[in-house]
Ligand binder design. Sequence first.
Ligand SMILES: [Zn+2]
Length: 400
Amino acid sequence: MKLLLDNAKVIDGLGAVIAPGWVLVEDGKIAGVGPGDASPRAQMDADGSGSVVDLTGKTILPGLIDCHVHLMLDASPDPLKQAATERVGLSALKMALRAQRTLKSGVTTVRDLGCKGFAAIEVRDAVRSGLIPGPRMLCAGHLICMTGGHGWSIGREADGVDGVRRAAREQLKAGADVVKMMATGGILTPGVQPGAAQLTLEELRAGVEEAHKAGRKAAAHAQGTEGIRNAVLAGIDSVEHGFYLTEETVGMMLERGTYLVPTLTAVRAIARHGTESGIPPWAVEKAMAVGEAHEKSFARAMEAGVSIAMGTDAGTPFNEHGQNAQELALLVELGMSEGEAIVSATSRAAELLGIADAVGSISVGKVADLIVTSGDPLRDITVLCDPAAIESVYQAGKLC
Ligand SMILES: [Zn+2]
């Protein structure tokens, strides 16, 4: 059965706009896209070969891709502590609901970068089999950290080259799509510092090797300069957070094609809510201390032309699942054009995740993961943050 979404402004996710335009969906895939005067509508009306939805005044864009979420984290003031003490079965049930909320908001693909007990992988497989609704998911399984390193309370601690290699293999054995390693300390673990290096270059290299041998990507939580340098030298595919990027590390990322996933929302939300919201003082202190450097690093990377893929770190304090598009508003606030912000959350994110052949743009042959909005996000990016403005979400051509 064919479905024609007609008379809309079409943002293709690659940087082009067709207005008015149309998108033809067949068997869950995009079968055609083009300008208004070439619409197959008359033909379809004549032969009754499918349904037509008139979207005059509306915008169609690819479903959004969030490259950094933690479905296990509940956006409470101290979510790592919460997750570490919750039974995994209960977590998995809550994660299913968060996945559904994320999908409804227009995010049709997420990459889960760390949970305990492989719960995200279970949720992923439940979504994949059609048991529960949710976005397409790629999962890291456990994040891999040094003993006592950032995220240890929900992570897989590993030390030494062989230790990290084994930990990476365990995640891959359990079905991980990506290997996530901690190259530095972070905000939400007490007693570690974002600027301090953690897993060593050699340890990171072992994890990257295992990921790449298996045809998977490797991502590094890397905030301080030394850890960023280690991660990039180890061959990491994406630097997550990147608080303290320098000219040197930006140059290295450009040379190697390393992506940056800035997660601006996460740090802002902690600094904005402060200790009065219940966030532990040590976390607020760290977020306040890194905020300015983080935003400057982002600007430096953007101006230099580093590939930036959208990621929120959803699940961290007051960084709710289903409000992922707030990150696009921050990208724009800090100098990215609306069009570029959409590219970073669609085709560029798909490239980083290694799924650009399937999703991330409105192109013939791609899976029909689409959003229809009532406003124009190229004029006002916050349209994507407004649940009332997300008119419909299609997943593989089916209305969610
Ligand atoms: Zn994270």
